[in-house]
Write a new protein. Structure first.
Length: 295
């Protein structure tokens, strides 16, 4: 089967030029040197980070105060002071399962517009047939405001790194189901067991903290998600930490930058029978075309 695409000029602030046609076997060509030709399944995957959340604003303000104080004193800012300032904010119980800021809501709408633009005939990408989203409020709100896919499934797998901080502790399933905004989302994969897990995290946070290697192992399970669905085009709405470990580890992109709020990237992901994944970038985000050819 051939994947058709056209030469076009993007109306997103950059110009894209692509070959007229390209076959699926080219996914593992020397030009991209990523996805293997022996892959069992190839999926088009939209990766989206949530919009700015209210705790993100408080983090920035805390770090700025530390930086400003250091500048006034004429001394460099120790990384440890910045870390402490950030964590003092994140320990605030008022930020439990923090939602989007007003700016974050606009960013989420813009992310939806970006996905729709990338799936016009000019670009040739296929509109997401299914969306999988983290169960934290900021990602659920982002998915709802993007409004670019009618089949939305909430998955515990995509949650942010388990930190023990209130902002990364989600609400109970019954509370989420009752929200009108989330009424069209499928919560069947969340259950009371997950609620008990999250409640235990709240009471014994330090015993359950996930480090980056553990998060990367969890991110590798995205392969199961991609193999599970019959959809060819999938959208994942999740978090900066999860996306970082997914791209730099299982996707085989060790130099991938961290996602900005509501940033959209698109990859062709080859999934082998053993769960190994390799990604070929189709759209690199931040209005930058991919180094590889869009397929």
């Amino acid at each position: 089967m051939q994947l058709q695409k056209k030469r076009t000029t993007a109306k997103l602030g950059v110009t894209f030029s692509f070959p007229a046609t390209e076959t699926e076997s080219d996914l593992g060509s020397p030009a991209s040197s990523t996805a293997g030709s022996d892959a069992n399944v190839v999926k088009q995957v939209f990766l989206v980070r949530h919009g700015e959340a209210v705790h993100n604003i408080a983090e920035k303000e805390a770090k700025k105060r530390v930086s400003d104080d250091a500048k006034e004193s004429g001394v460099p800012v120790p990384d440890e002071m910045i870390r402490q300032a950030r964590e003092s904010v994140l320990q605030n119980a008022g930020f439990k399962d923090a939602g989007l800021s007003e700016a974050g809501k606009e960013q989420a709408r813009a992310a939806g517009a970006k996905v729709r633009a990338l799936t016009t005939a000019a670009f040739g990408l296929k509109r997401p047939e299914v969306m999988f989203v983290s169960p934290l409020q900021r990602t659920l709100q982002t998915a709802a405001l993007m409004d670019c896919c009618g089949d939305v499934h909430v998955r515990e797998l995509l949650r942010e790194r388990v930190t023990g901080f209130p902002c990364d502790t989600r609400s109970r399933v019954d509370e989420l189901r009752e929200r009108q905004t989330f009424g069209c989302m499928n919560f069947d994969h969340l259950n009371e067991f997950h609620d008990l897990v999250h409640e235990s995290l709240e009471h014994d946070a330090l015993a359950h903290v996930e480090d980056k290697p553990k998060l990367r192992l969890r991110a590798a399970k995205v392969a199961d998600l991609l193999l599970e669905t019959e959809a060819e085009s999938i959208c994942l709405v999740t978090h900066k930490g999860f996306l970082r470990e997914l791209e730099r580890g299982p996707f085989g992109r060790p130099s991938a930058s961290e996602f900005a709020n509501s940033e959209v990237r698109v990859c062709w992901v080859a999934v082998s029978a053993d769960g190994t994944m390799q990604a070929d970038v189709a759209y690199a985000g931040q209005d930058q075309p991919a180094a590889e050819t869009l397929r």
